[in-house]
Design a protein around this ligand. Structure first.
Ligand code: SF4
Ligand code: SF4
Length: 191
């Protein structure tokens, strides 16, 4: 028997990437409007949110010091290569969009650069909270540039960030399941 989730993927396969991500953005916005206050009143959730925000800032600072953003800028903007290809926005789940809303970070509503991921801007990715794959992927070019010791430290810092992302995503999912029950299955906020 095909599960409801499997059916959802069959339906989604027919949609173009832009329509799919716009639908996710609308769903995330709706969930934020309906349940934002509920989550903000929960001290455990607020604590997780703050820890995650700090962890992202720490990873970003480290990547900036290691000139990772600078190299990606040259690769993407100057050399017109880059790995943030169109279609990769499917990695951005409703849950991740929701986390951006909870953190009051901007979520783009239109694709700015044709042929690129929906979230690419002139200076790179415009999302604060990003999917796992976007945070722990380092291409050969970057790995050759990094100091090996700094890279080990960076993987530790990123590990902390991604563990928090997992914890906060699971927390949101569980809370929404208890608030919305079966209905959440249709939304599939982690896909
Ligand atoms: S990760 Fe590598 S391929 Fe992707 S934009 Fe950065 S330098 Fe380019
Ligand atoms: S880093 Fe940002 S722009 Fe690049 S693929 Fe991920 S979400 Fe898209």
């Amino acid at each position: 028997m095909i599960s409801r989730l499997a059916l959802k993927y069959v339906r989604d396969a027919d949609k173009n990437p832009t329509a799919l991500i716009k639908e996710k953005i609308e769903k995330a916005k709706e969930l934020y409007q309906n349940f934002g206050e509920y989550f903000y009143k929960d001290p455990k959730f607020v604590d997780l949110l703050k820890k995650y925000e700090k962890a992202v800032e720490k990873s970003n600072e480290m990547m900036s010091n290691m000139k990772s953003f600078e190299e990606c800028y040259i690769c993407t903007v100057v050399e017109k290569k880059g790995c943030c290809k169109i279609g990769l926005e499917t990695e951005v789940t409703i849950n991740i969009l929701l986390i951006n809303y909870f953190l009051k970070k901007p979520v783009p509503e239109e694709r700015e650069v044709p042929g690129r991921c929906f979230f690419v801007g002139p200076l790179g990715c415009k999302l604060f909270a990003r999917p796992y794959i976007c945070r722990d992927y380092f291409c050969k070019r970057l790995l050759e540039k990094f100091d090996p010791n700094e890279y080990i430290l960076l993987t530790q810092v990123l590990n902390e960030e991604l563990t928090l992302l997992y914890q906060i995503s699971s927390y949101i999912k569980n809370e929404l399941e208890s608030l919305m029950g079966e209905f959440l299955l249709e939304l599939d906020i982690t896909g």
